[in-house]
Design a protein. Structure first.
Length: 420
């Protein structure tokens, strides 16, 4: 079957970077070996998930996490095996945004459709998932048995659909949505199609109206239990006219953390062969700007409420602000590959960084202002000298100059405690 067996040496290969941040035992070779052995024993006895699922909250919705190191390794190996057999993977955000920008710059007329699935993970029917996997006969009996045990544990806990927050849910949802994605993207008149979890963006010819797209969706193999929102901030239907020199019209929409402002005028590019390309402005979305501001506020609130010595509190406050305002490498524990993240790399297709400048203004007002209650508390708790040093941190410079910083596993864990 070309799957990895559920044995200690394969569990060891499945330790991920985010696991190293959370689980201290994974950093010690002897302790990791013991965890891998225990995971093997639990799989053999069919109790790999027993008492291992904890409840938490993500964006106001109930979510679930695996609370034992053994269950994390079983989860990782289960995901690897399913992903290998079904070739499932989430879309590459950078590639998607780059392709979307290219399409949006075309001078012809088109229509933007943005769709959002209601309660995405919670709406999947687990029985349908198991039925499909068994019918396809791609997975080993051991993988099916391990997944079935997980679903039985979720039944005991009263969890609906796929558990939000657990990696296996992403893998299974991608698997179940694959046929729908393929079908819809192949429909006549669809110029561009992309889905990121529950968020779908479609560019079509003007002939694909709302009603026509609804027909396409009704004909596509949409997984049982799922349905789309009819209204809301993630539901968009906008007609983009062919470029013209007569007047400038701007249509805007958000997708994957960016705001796209599509203009009705164009520029000519090229030297020998002139080609007209629509003018497009790309900004960080207002939602993401607010998220950064909230995390700045949470960082200061955590500082104020902490009982640790001043130097220690200032050090972690500085790390949190650096994390939000700069860039940093993330290393994959399994193959040592490196991914760059941070203020620039998360929004590198931004053509207008003015909103990032406004974060600096907001940040400085917290440090030196006297109007808000938080600013007054910051002035009392942090000396002018220390506030002056902190004021040298610039979100715009972190973006514009691609400034970097490095963090240890311990740093990441401590930094994120401010906004979990």
């Amino acid at each position: 079957m070309n799957e990895l067996a559920y044995i200690p040496r394969h569990f060891r290969k499945c330790v991920k970077y985010k696991n190293l941040i959370k689980i201290e035992d994974f950093k010690n070779n002897d302790k990791l070996n013991k965890v891998c052995t225990n995971a093997y024993k639990k799989v053999q006895t069919g109790c790999e998930w027993t008492g291992s699922i904890s409840t938490t909250s993500v964006k106001g919705k109930r979510a679930y996490t695996l609370s034992t190191p053994e269950s994390l390794l079983v989860n990782n190996l289960l995901i690897n095996n399913i992903s290998y057999r079904y070739k499932t993977k989430c879309i590459d955000r950078d590639v998607t945004i780059r392709l979307l920008i290219s399409h949006l710059k075309d001078s012809y007329g088109f229509t933007v459709h943005r769709l959002d699935v209601k309660s995405f993970y919670e709406s999947f029917d687990r029985n349908s998932i198991i039925h499909k996997l068994k019918s396809d006969a791609k997975l080993s009996r051991k993988t099916l048995f391990t997944l079935d045990n997980l679903f039985k544990e979720l039944n005991l806990l009263g969890v609906e659909g796929l558990p939000r927050g657990m990696g296996i849910s992403s893998t299974l949802s991608e698997l179940m949505m694959s046929d729908f994605d393929t079908c819809l993207s192949s429909k006549k008149g669809i110029l561009f199609y992309s889905r990121f979890v529950d968020d779908i963006i479609i560019l079509s010819t003007p002939s694909v109206t709302k009603n026509k797209l609804a027909e396409f969706i009704s004909d596509a193999p949409f997984p049982k239990g799922l349905e789309f929102h009819k209204h809301g901030p993630k539901v968009t239907y906008k007609k983009i006219k062919k470029t013209s020199e007569d007047s400038e019209i701007i249509e805007d929409f958000d997708f994957l953390g960016y705001q796209f402002k599509v203009k009705s005028i164009e520029n000519e590019i090229g030297t020998k062969l002139k080609v007209g390309r629509r003018i497009l402005e790309v900004e960080v979305s207002d939602e993401k700007i607010e998220k950064i501001k909230k995390r700045i506020i949470s960082s200061f609130c955590k500082f104020i409420s902490s009982n640790k010595p001043l130097d220690e509190k200032l050090s972690i406050l500085r790390k949190r602000l650096d994390f939000l305002s700069k860039n940093y490498p993330l290393v994959n524990a399994s193959d040592k590959s490196q991914v760059l993240s941070g203020i620039y790399f998360n929004y590198k297709y931004t053509s207008n960084p003015d909103k990032i400048r406004k974060i600096d203004n907001f940040y400085k007002s917290l440090l030196f202002g006297n109007k808000s209650n938080l600013s007054k508390r910051i002035r009392k708790k942090i000396s002018y000298k220390d506030r002056y040093i902190l004021s040298k941190i610039s979100f715009f410079d972190g973006f514009n100059e691609k400034r970097f910083c490095k963090f240890s596993y311990k740093d990441f864990k401590e930094i994120k405690q401010a906004w979990i």
